[in-house]
Design a protein around this ligand. Sequence first.
Ligand SMILES: *Cc1c(COP(=O)(O)O)cnc(C)c1O
Length: 402
Amino acid sequence: MTHVYERLGIKPIINALGPATRLSGSIMPTQVADAMREASQYCVDIASLQARASQLISQHTGAEAGYVTSGAAAGLLLGTAASVTGLDPSLMNRLPDTTGMKRRVVMARSHRNFYDHAVRSVGIDLVEIGIADRYSGAGVRDAEPWEYAAAIDDNTAAVVYVAYAHTVPDLPAVVAVAHAAGVPVIVDAAGQLPPASNLRRFIEEGADLVAFSGGKAIRGPQASGILCGRRDLIEAAALQHLDMDILWDQWNPPIELIDKRHLPGAPHHGIGRPCKVGKEEIVGLLTALELFVEQDPDARRAAWLDMMKNLMDAAGEIPGVEIKLVNDPKRSEIPLVHAQIDEDICGMTALDVIRQLQDSEPSIQANPTNVREGGVGFGPMCLKEGEPEIVGHRLREILGTV
Ligand SMILES: *Cc1c(COP(=O)(O)O)cnc(C)c1O
């Protein structure tokens, strides 16, 4: 039987990189795909579904409220918009024109990344602080809490903080200075799962909003994400995301999500409306989140480890290539394989290897992060049964050992 990609004339790839958006994200568990199919066969009130999602996300994150977004980047956009406007519909209607509003958003230079376009798209002024001379090799320092404090003023809407394994300063220190000035902290935790404990960690550390991707380790729909945090901010985010094509007198939003009694009127379609999510994404994300939280982390790790070992076994000994298992449970729950290419012995660079893997049939995607230092990376998260062996064997072929 042909599958849908064959009918479209598109060749699936072997993804030994991981859940990257340009490679279509992760592979959903069949339970998630089934739940989405089922969801697609009914019509529901979307606000009520989001209100239920809010309860379930609260249970898993410890946050006051939650919301299903179309991705972590959409969560950053909505969270920023919520921080700028609060619950004022007239301000919501004016975005991205932020004239006269609290419009400064503070961010460490070392946290800046391509995804903060989502923050800037709200029409704010991004205020960069700190000098990350630990990256330039000139020194040992990076942004410090007092620099956040110095940058925050009466026109500051939010601090955006990007969480990764080595982020400095520590989140609690940033939260302390931001909260002292009454400013919310939005955490980009898009890729910070696993461990599942991170679902609660940033909220426990005082973040006002946290954005996660649904299409990475959670293995939900690729176009899904979670925004969780303070109830009033989630309400402001929902008001700027939900479709508002409804008469005020007819409008009856679920009170757990939107308390209509506090509003002078309903906003128009908001700045978040282009990032809409369907019932399929909401149900898919909730199903995937449940599975992710229930899964035994040791079993998940063991399965990933097996895949990486199978890849290494299939690659075997290759002259000029040092293949190492990167397996440090304290640093990451995800075991990886690192192949160090000696250009002189192999007659090709790491980038050559990456490109030949990519040009293989089927195309194999590896991680190019360390190519400049001669490294080719492999990860287990999007590999299917039998694929680690194909990747290892292909590596042998490319490097002339077969
Ligand atoms: C992946 C990622 C995003 C974007 O997440 P989406 O769910 O694809 O929108 C944002 N920030 C960081 C740090 C990421 O790694």
